[in-house]
Design a protein around this ligand. Structure first.
Ligand code: PMP
Length: 467
């Protein structure tokens, strides 16, 4: 019998359309428009398979902190693969990369921490943190204390539990999330949209802390276990918290004995101008989740760092039932751990926090100078080397465009034509989170290319009578 004829598909684009189901993609539009196939990277730039060069304004997905060509990390991975390509950490097995990395993370933690657990992604780290909180409360004899509070527009991942923590409609609506009745969302700390006319940042923060307290009292403090927060909210739109917000929030959490889980998946390792976002906002977390820049994204690895209070609960629980029944095949994978360890050494050598403070200040100033006065831009916001500009239809009324106009995605497309990869978030918010190694002149080029794309968009929208 002759085998069925396979259609001949030559180009990367055709083969992609035929075979790949992409994350975060409109599948029908993709079938028409095809992919942007990235072939290689160097420094803060990547090139597509046609040879066109782009500046990466978002470090991929806020993660390629050391850019795209750090050969030291490649060599460390190769050496570790030759020595011990895999071992696990179940049933007390261990290996040196795991031990060294954990010691280093505990040393660097923003407050006294006790142990580190590993997973492969930010979502898994947050799922793990949720399970830790539940296990902890079972272990300490508070089985009713299980509800978890996060914020609308938070991004904590997409697995069933971490996706429930996330506060974005696209992650909830069609997936029947949040699951169960343990996930509660409070307001987004975004002064630009959330504050009443004339309300100061401090007054807005007081109101949000009161909302949190009212929520805890409504649910019953004996049922509320933890509060999850990104120090700076990332994928939901780069929302920098209003002044005094975290001080007031933490006072409420302490009052009702609610654990603080800091999601440092974007903020960790220098992004906000301190080693941790927690340090930027004087947060003392019980649990920290981190990923992305932990390995400069050369390999997938995430970590959950816990304080001794949480550890003692987990330890009591595991000795009662004989195990802590949680772990991934690749928890603390030796190659990923070796790469993460080397990444942290490189941050030290580069003095990455100092670098972010210097180049971040330049980036924030440059973005404001170029975009704040632009007719399409409602707000430019950010701190350190994370920022965003929000496009609006009406600056005075802070009114966004209709989502169907797809203004953000259109700017991202025009950016590609100009040689800059941009990421459009909800509310046509364009994120900037470049590799942490970006230099001032590269920031200038990124802003310049983005500016040309924005000007082109303004011409298009005027032509279409959308402005
Ligand atoms: N938390 C935060 C703050 C994130 O930004 C992300 C991813 N953008 C996640 C969690 C989820 O990480 P992952 O995509 O690796 O599951």
């Amino acid at each position: 019998m002759t085998p069925p004829a396979t259609p001949v598909r030559n180009s990367n684009a055709e083969r992609d359309i035929a075979n790949v189901l992409h994350p975060y993609t409109d599948h029908r539009a993709h079938a028409k428009n095809g992919p942007l196939v990235i072939a290689r990277g160097e420094g803060v730039k990547v090139w597509d398979d046609q040879g066109k060069e782009y500046i990466e304004a978002v470090a991929g997905l806020w993660c390629a902190s050391l850019g795209f060509s750090n050969h030291r990390l490649a060599e460390v991975a190769y050496e570790q693969m030759k020595k011990l390509p895999f071992y696990h950490a179940f049933t007390a097995k261990s290996h040196e990369p795991l031990i060294d990395l954990s010691e280093m993370l505990i040393e660097r933690a923003p407050c006294a921490m006790s142990k580190v657990f590993y997973a492969n992604s930010g979502s898994e780290a947050n799922d793990t943190a949720i399970k830790m909180v539940w296990y902890y409360n079972n272990a300490i004899g508070k089985p009713e204390k299980k509800k978890i509070i996060s914020r609308l527009k938070a991004y904590h991942g997409i697995t069933i539990a971490s996706g429930s923590l996330t506060g974005l409609p696209a992650n909830h609506k069609m997936f029947d999330l949040p699951v169960g009745d343990r996930f509660i969302h409070v307001s987004t700390p975004h002064h630009y949209h959330g504050a009443k006319p004339g309300e100061s940042e401090a007054d807005f923060a007081t109101r949000l802390a009161q909302e949190l307290e009212d929520t805890i009292l409504r649910e019953g403090p004996e049922t509320v276990a933890a509060f999850f927060a990104e120090p700076v909210m990332g994928a939901g739109g780069v929302m920098v918290p209003p002044a005094t917000y975290f001080d007031k929030i933490q006072a409420v959490l302490r009052k009702y004995d609610v654990l603080f889980v800091a999601d440092e998946v974007i903020c960790g390792f220098g992004r906000t101008g301190n080693y941790w976002g927690c340090q930027t906002y004087s947060i003392t977390p019980d649990i920290i989740t981190c990923a992305k820049a932990l390995s400069a994204s050369f390999l997938p690895i995430s970590a959950v760092i816990i304080n001794d209070r949480v550890f003692q609960g987990l330890a009591d629980g595991s000795s009662t039932i004989g195990t802590w029944g949680h772990g991934f095949t690749y928890s603390g994978h030796p190659v990923a751990a070796a790469v993460a360890l080397e990444t942290l050494k490189i941050y030290d050598e580069l003095n990455i926090v100092e670098h972010v403070n210097k180049v971040g200040a330049h980036m924030q100033a440059k973005l404001r100078e170029r975009f704040e006065g632009h007719p399409l831009v409602g707000e430019v916001r950010g701190i350190g080397m994370v920022a965003a500009m929000e496009l609006v239809a009406d600056k005075g009324a802070k009114k966004n465009f209709e989502p169907s106009a797809k203004v953000g995605p259109r700017l991202a497309k025009l950016g590609e034509a100009e040689g800059v990869i941009l990421r459009g978030l909800a509310n046509d918010t364009i994120a900037f989170s470049p590799p942490l190694i970006m230099k001032a002149d590269e920031v200038d080029e990124m802003v310049e290319r983005t500016g040309r794309a924005l000007d082109a968009l303004a011409v298009q929208l005027r032509r279409e009578s959308l402005t």
